[in-house]
Design a protein around this ligand. Structure first.
Ligand code: SF4
Length: 430
């Protein structure tokens, strides 16, 4: 099967084919968003793709323009130079590739997995002098928290952010926290439970992980969100969950929390748009954030998949809206989906609600199964997509020449608190 970029290029060139992608600009070269010396900085944007509808924060990291030679190299020459640089660096470099990354990059990765698996891999390789993280910005930050101080973590394109992570910034979360304290006070109840425990999804900036570490809170992944919420409810009367409302709602609902006890916090409104009583009655306060990719899946798509094949097994990621998770046969993390496909008997048909690059690769690895993306429109995670082979060649050849470019590092104080929140999660397990 053609890779996602190849398929997008073919679709956008075909008459009427552009309708089969979420954005006809997807084949546009990512360096059009690079900062050009002597010219005004480009507007912060997530670029082509599903997240284009979401405004990028004004302080989003900007990628400086990479040398022209990389932008002009044909794919075969980039491939030759990436392989040569990787061979020259040997065990000095570990390349990590996220499961949603394009095939053109994943082929060079030493490890492929979800954000947490990759963070663990960076922890397991202290011998590597450099970690090149082919994911998005918050993932590189998390790797930096877990690697040694003399092990730079490199993100090949600094403009590869995450629209969901960017929906909660530290100032807005602090303002929310202060308003909640005005409603709840700060004293524990008779059982010693504090008024509210902050829980952040792994898909968040290091500053928010640090906030949780400093305020008795914790980090979760989509694999362990339930265990983490149980941990939080043992220590608090309520949870403030950010930035993904859907993961928070889907997980708490599966634990028996009523949907009406989970008010949405809109950071642009006073008290998040809630009455004081709503907040007092809350069990989970959900931040108004979402993943641009997973928010695209719908109940209609599930109905269409079942109309096509009544025996189809529908699995969706818990970042999908609640109605979609409720209508699916199963919901689970990237790892859950991978394991479900690995364990399926030949002939099983799947409709999967997660990022299209991952779904296509699952289909390639199990030709004895029928595996389709629930969304018929080809729409990758557009920020992950910004890690083009030209950027990977540039960072690797820079390392060969003794230069570290595009290092992502977390401030020492933030990092110490963030590690506390991550270590609490690791102690919870799962
Ligand atoms: S798939 Fe969604 S949550 Fe993951 S990096 Fe892309 S925008 Fe962020």
């Amino acid at each position: 099967m053609a890779s996602v970029p190849t398929q997008i290029a073919l679709l956008t060139r075909a008459p009427g084919g552009a309708d089969s992608t979420c954005d006809p600009d997807l084949p546009t070269a990512p360096w059009q968003f690079d900062a050009v010396p002597g010219q005004p900085l480009p507007l912060p944007t997530y670029g082509a793709g599903a997240s284009r509808q979401d405004p990028a924060p004004a302080d989003s990291p900007v990628q400086q323009q990479i040398p022209a030679q990389y932008r002009l190299l044909p794919a075969e020459e980039l491939d030759r130079r990436i392989r040569a640089a990787k061979e020259a660096l040997g065990s000095r470099v570990t390349i990590l590739g996220h499961a949603y990354q394009r095939d053109e990059i994943v082929q060079y990765a030493d490890f492929v997995g979800d954000s947490f698996q990759l963070a663990q891999q960076s922890l397991k390789h202290p011998e590597a002098e450099f970690v090149v993280f082919c994911g998005v910005h918050f993932m590189a930050e998390t790797a930096d928290l877990l690697t040694t101080d003399d092990q730079p973590v490199i993100l090949p394109n600094l403009a590869a952010g995450c629209s969901m992570a960017d929906m909660a910034d530290i100032d807005a979360v602090q303002a929310c926290w202060d308003q909640l304290a005005a409603v709840y006070g700060t004293e524990p109840d008779a059982d010693g439970r504090v008024p509210v425990v902050p829980v952040t999804y792994m898909n968040s900036a290091a500053s928010l992980k640090g906030f949780c570490g400093a305020h008795g809170g914790i980090v979760c992944t989509s694999s362990n969100a339930r265990e983490v919420l149980e941990w939080a409810f043992e220590r608090g009367q309520r949870v403030l969950f950010f930035p993904d409302q859907h993961l928070g709602r889907n997980t708490a609902k599966a634990m028996g929390v009523a949907v009406e006890d989970m008010p949405l916090w809109d950071p642009r409104k006073p008290r998040g748009g809630n009455s004081e009583q709503d907040l007092l009655d809350a069990r989970v306060v959900l931040w108004r954030g979402w993943c641009s990719v997973h928010q695209r899946f719908t109940v209609d798509q599930i109905a269409q998949a079942r109309a096509k094949n009544p025996d189809v097994r529908v699995i969706v990621h818990p970042e999908c809206p609640m109605e979609v998770v409720d209508a699916a046969d199963e919901a689970g993390s990237t790892r859950y989906i991978q394991l479900a496909v690995d364990a399926a008997p030949a002939g099983t048909a799947f409709a999967i609600g997660t990022e299209v690059n991952m779904v296509r690769r699952l289909a390639d690895t199990r030709p004895d199964l029928t595996i389709e993306c629930l969304d018929p429109v080809v729409c990758p995670c557009s920020t992950m997509y910004r890690i083009h082979p030209a950027y990977l060649a540039w960072v690797l050849e820079s390392l060969v020449e003794g230069r570290v470019v595009n290092q992502v590092s977390v401030d020492a104080e933030v990092a110490a608190n963030a590690r506390t929140a991550v270590e609490r999660m690791l102690a919870v397990g799962a």
